[in-house]
Design a protein. Structure first.
Length: 600
């Protein structure tokens, strides 16, 4: 099946072309309409029009306001009375005039149906007073030598009573090679005309001429004055302004002004090839601009990520320094609190006299004992525990404050990190809102590619942000576990740490006394030192367990921030790689289109 598909694709799109202009044109059409470029219907229609134009006479649009004499002008130009004229608005529908050996009238209906009639029935389809809603346009075929070189389109005008007809006229102007604007000489260059002229596509203005009809109604001085005014007013719309008279042309008068019209049409007939080349260049530029637009849209989100990452890395470095300074403070607080407890325990130590009995030595002293007194250190557990835990809330307040400060610090870190993520979220969602509803402004642009850009923009959260959000949530959980461990081992454990320390010292004192009494030579009495008590408290408060995480060059927060930076960088790199892969497709299309026109 794949082989069959490739074979069919090669049959349709890999065609050999003749040398010369037509072959080059067909090669361009085949390239620009390849499926990989996802051409729009409008682009295909434009190419079809140009292809038709390459084998037919160029189309010249006759445009002007109602009752400006468009039909009278065409009748005089062709030397035929085929278009109806009168005081009522006529040419209700766009009417093409083309060559054929015999007179024929073709009616194209809105449903696509063609209908052929005798030319005598034309009047029924051009009068605005008739209901012609189902008619799209008309084509008159006539045996006229001029029509072998030029085809015409008589339009309802840009100020038609029907918006649909006005829009039809605008569409037709995109298919015309040239334009002839007809205005009554005594009504030329009025504001209403200028408003309509602004609707004429720029692409056709280089081949546009303005004709001021019915010059037979004015004298030479009046004609010169009107032409001076019209040339000034029409300067940006037409290459030439000519005064004519259809009536004088029908009378075969040499001063009708039609000589300039025939020269203009001869030039148009000879510049068809240039028109097609220019149109192809416009199509190419449109396609290139489309791809450049998409690349710019992707560059925008890429730039958002790049700048955000640069700002975030600086922010992470600042936060790391700030957090480590605060971690040192909390670590020092554990040490200070341990010192306070140690001082209280040390102050509770008491020297007391004690004694034990020892059997006297010698034969005469058998079963006789002597009392030996000595001084020892003791610690009243109940007393010191009552002071440190049960009867005084001093240390309860100290460790509650420690926990509260630590909790506030955790919330500060979470808020800082959340604000970093929220910044990226805002930038990304702003981008999403900007492009998820984007529509093409150029009809030739690809509907499918614009739909792809809209889809890409609408999915920006799931494509990029969701992975980063998951990372931040995981880091929040990791941070919470660390602080919970500190809370449990320091804040919640301080009472147990005091009990264990007091019991340890009291038991050691008692054991020392017992050992001494059993063998004073082998054992010495134990006298607790303040630094020893302090070390015991620090151990029980997990001070040394947290030492590497609270101070030094590899603290918890430093490793936490570096890990977040590294994982963020990995995600951003993946994001950029994905964006670049999308851009490469558009860039590849641009490169292929770059040399597609042999005439440029």
């Amino acid at each position: 099946m794949l082989k069959e598909f490739i074979k069919e694709y090669q049959r349709v799109y890999q065609i050999s072309f003749d040398d010369g202009f037509l072959g080059e044109f067909e090669r361009f059409c085949a390239l620009i309409s390849e499926p990989k470029f996802h051409p729009s219907k409008e682009l295909i229609d434009r190419l079809n029009f140009l292809s038709l134009l390459s084998h037919e006479p160029p189309l010249v649009a006759i445009v002007g306001q109602f009752s400006s004499g468009k039909s009278s002008f065409l009748n005089a130009l062709l030397g035929l009375d085929i278009l109806p004229t009168g005081v009522v608005p006529v040419t209700a529908k766009p009417t093409f005039i083309k060559y054929a050996p015999n007179y024929i009238l073709k009616i194209l209906h809105n449903d696509g149906r063609d209908e052929y009639k005798n030319i005598d029935e034309l009047s029924a389809f051009v009068d605005q007073r008739h209901a012609l809603k189902d008619v799209k346009n008309l084509t008159i075929y006539a045996p006229n030598e001029l029509l072998k070189k030029i085809s015409f389109i008589d339009t309802p005008g840009l100020n038609s009573r029907s918006d649909a007809d006005t829009n039809e006229t605008k569409m037709i102007l995109n298919e015309a090679v040239a334009l002839i604007w007809i205005s009554l000489i005594d009504n030329a260059a009025r504001k209403s005309e200028l408003d309509e002229l602004n609707l004429i596509p720029n692409s056709i203005k280089q081949n546009a001429i303005a004709l001021l009809n019915q010059k037979d109604k004015l004298n030479g001085e009046e004609i010169d004055r009107v032409l001076t005014h019209a040339n000034t007013t029409y300067s940006k719309h037409f290459s030439q302004v000519v005064a004519i008279s259809a009536k004088m042309q029908r009378e075969n008068r040499s001063d009708s002004g039609f000589e300039a019209v025939f020269e203009f049409l001869d030039k148009i007939a000879n510049t068809k090839e240039n028109f097609i080349k220019s149109a192809c260049k416009d199509i190419l530029i449109s396609s290139q601009n489309q791809n450049l637009s998409f690349i710019n849209i992707l560059d925008e989100i890429s730039d958002i990520f790049t700048k955000f990452q640069d700002r975030t890395n600086l922010k992470f470095n600042e936060l790391n320094d700030s957090y480590n300074a605060k971690f040192e403070i909390f670590f020092e607080a554990i040490k200070q609190n341990a010192a306070l407890i140690a001082n209280e325990i040390n102050s509770a130590l008491k020297n007391e006299k004690s004694a034990y009995y020892k059997e006297k030595s010698g034969l005469l002293s058998k079963n006789s004992f002597e009392k030996i007194e000595y001084e020892r250190v003791s610690l009243d557990r109940d007393e010191i525990l009552g002071k440190l835990i049960y009867n005084d809330d001093k240390f309860a307040k100290i460790f509650k404050k420690f926990k509260r400060d630590l909790s506030e610090f955790e919330n500060e870190i979470l808020a800082d990190l959340q604000s970093i993520f929220d910044e990226l979220k805002e930038l990304t969602l702003r981008y999403k809102a900007k492009y998820e509803s984007i529509r093409k402004s150029d009809p030739l642009h690809s509907d499918l590619l614009f739909a792809d850009i809209r889809k890409f923009s609408s999915e920006i959260y799931s494509l990029f942000l969701s992975h980063i959000e998951t990372l931040f949530l995981a880091k929040f959980a990791n941070l919470g576990l660390f602080f919970e461990r500190v809370f449990i081992k320091v804040s919640a454990n301080y009472q147990n740490a005091i009990r264990l320390s007091v019991n340890f010292i009291a038991q050691k004192c008692e054991k020392s006394s017992q050992d001494y009494e059993s063998d004073p030579v082998a054992f010495s009495l134990y006298y607790p030192r303040l630094n020893e008590i302090n070390e015991r408290i620090l151990n029980e408060l997990s001070y040394y367990e947290f030492e590497s995480e609270f101070s030094g060059n590899a603290t918890f927060i430093t490793k936490f921030i570096n890990s977040l930076k590294s994982q963020m960088a990995d995600l951003m790199s993946k994001n950029q790689n994905y964006i670049n892969s999308l851009k490469s497709k558009y860039q590849s299309d641009l490169n292929e289109l770059e040399n597609s026109l042999p005439w440029s």
